[in-house]
Design a protein around this ligand. Structure first.
Ligand code: DX5
Ligand code: ZN
Length: 219
């Protein structure tokens, strides 16, 4: 059973202290940092862009797991690669040519992820599974932290895990949205090997990051 990785979302961090928050997360045992980029167009919220990611890069050496909730996305991919992203995850709906966008991320020597909204079928990405490093399954409609986990996505996680096994593929399965202490186990048992969490990690146990990261990892 490969190790469960935790990717805390800085969307729930203190935005006035992002550098220190990232250092605290690394010290607390985070495997990577989930950076939610939102453009107020693909999703109804606006967060951070390449200059902020570039400024944060020097605060940690752990990977930046960058979730681009922006559209159109293709022309901005290089900016995020240059800013220090390690994984660049895009939504299929946000590019006119998914193949080209995947190729572009790979040419930039970054890990490539595809993200499925709760109402986006696995069929949309079936033909690309052998070209990507990560499938990011949204368990909320993207745009905000603190939303309620949608249990109907468990079937989707199981299905993508089954396809991964049948085709002997290596992509990671990451789940993002409303992950907490009561659903993390069933999400892992369904096939996820990376959990994103913002609210639970920053708010539970008086914000004890190390403790919250550890609890989420337990199967
Ligand atoms: C939502 C983001 C998620 C979110 C997770 O659009 O993609 O990464 O920040 O936050 P919680 O864990 O609070 O649902
Ligand atoms: Zn996210």
């Amino acid at each position: 059973m490969n190790k469960i990785k935790i990717s805390p979302s800085i969307l729930s961090a203190d935005f006035s202290q992002l550098g220190n928050e990232i250092k605290r997360l690394e010290k607390g045992g985070a495997d990577m940092i989930h950076v939610d980029v939102m453009d107020g167009h693909f999703v109804p919220n606006l967060t951070i862009g390449p200059p902020v990611i570039k400024a944060l890069r020097k605060y940690t050496s752990i990977p930046f797991d960058v979730h681009l909730m922006i559209s159109p996305v293709h022309k901005y991919i290089k900016d995020y690669a240059d800013a220090g992203a390690d994984t660049i995850t895009i939504h299929p709906e946000a590019t006119e040519n998914l193949s080209e966008s995947i190729k572009h991320i790979k040419q930039l020597k970054k890990r490539v992820g595809l993200s499925l909204n709760p109402n986006t079928s696995i069929n949309v990405i079936l033909n690309y599974l052998d070209q990507i490093d990560l499938v990011l399954i949204m368990s909320v409609f993207p745009g905000f932290g603190g939303q309620k986990f949608m249990p109907e996505v468990l079937e989707k996680i199981k299905k993508i895990n089954q396809i991964k096994k049948e085709k002997k593929l290596k992509f990671d399965i990451e789940v993002d949205g409303g992950i907490n202490f009561s659903n993390s186990k069933v999400v892992i048992e369904s096939g996820a090997n990376i959990l994103v969490s913002g609210t639970t990690i920053f708010k539970e146990n008086n914000g004890d990051l190390k403790k919250n990261i550890e609890i989420l990892r337990i199967v």
